[in-house]
Design a protein around this ligand. Sequence first.
Ligand code: NDP
Length: 336
Amino acid sequence: ETVLLTGASGYIAAHILDAFLGAGFHVRAQVRSKGSEERVKHHYTKYVDSGALSFVYVEDISVPGAFDEVVKDVEGVIHTASPFILNAKDYDKDLFDPARNGTLSILQAVKKNNPKVKRIVITSSFASAIDMSKGLRSGYTYTEADWNPMTIEEARNADPTSAYLVSKEIAEHAAYEFEEKEHPNFTVTTLLPPMVYGPVEHDVSSMSHLNTSAADVYRLMNGSEKSVPETGFYAYADVRDLAKAHLLAYTTEAAANQRYLITNASYTYQMLCDIIRKNFPELKDKTPEGDAGAPFPNVYHLDNSKSIEELGMTYRTMEESVVDMVKSLLALEKSL
Ligand code: NDP
């Protein structure tokens, strides 16, 4: 059985590749170019040689019809490609178009060209559920019933972080709307992780070109933050657990047309710095101390019970996620 994985050069996609190839699936990896293929390929020579991993190119997912050809002859689709940038300038071009059009064009392509596909799993985000206008919502628990209420018109006049959040909401929303209107042969499952942490495995050209969530941790261990910054989002997901969630979402019948919050734990940057300082004494001078041991504040929580009950998810501890991530970043730093 072959699945198409979009955005295969990305941070999360590397772990999804591991999960699907490890489970015996064949993967058709979509990247933008031959150069990108080469950078992904050398991590997976065993699977390339066996024929389990192959590549297709789509240079820009925003272009209508972008996926028309590459969806042919696969049994399923895992759609991760979408910009995760928090400093976009042209929101439509840099965020909204690739997020929404990319999602819609893959659904349209499958409907038009491949009736064999039964399941499309989409990497959405907690961005698509959070209501920023309500602030830190002490005592509130987010569930799969929550949708980010900000409109695209409001986002056009808002900060780049809000624009990113809305890009994920409009993409996920468009997928369910498409299903409702078009009644395709396939079902959709969407996964909503908050900040994703854990080992960096994909090809990175330099430490200044890390993906956004890895850069978020790297700044806390490379001396660039003199004090512990204010936490952006108060929950995280381990990238390996999230990859497993994609596999379970793909293989679990009951996950049809369901969204799942995928999260290991609530956290703050303070807790993250505490774990780094405890496990990596050599980083003590580069990782801010802040108010060590400060308890988790009175802010919103995320409910991951649906993912545990319906998908059978299990989650690593935060200590494991952070330690493995920091180790991978130190190794990367050394190798570049
Ligand atoms: P990366 O930046 O590492 O990966 C993004 C991928 O999408 C890359 O393969 C990139 O290709 C591709 N892509 C982006 N825009 C385009 C475009 N216009 N045309 C073609 N390809 C494009 O990010 P992550 O791995 O972190 O993100 C993957 C998914 O997970 C995204 O959907 C993101 O929204 C979601 N997510 C991530 C979280 C996190 O904390 N990391 C949290 C919640 C959700 P290229 O490398 O060639 O540019």
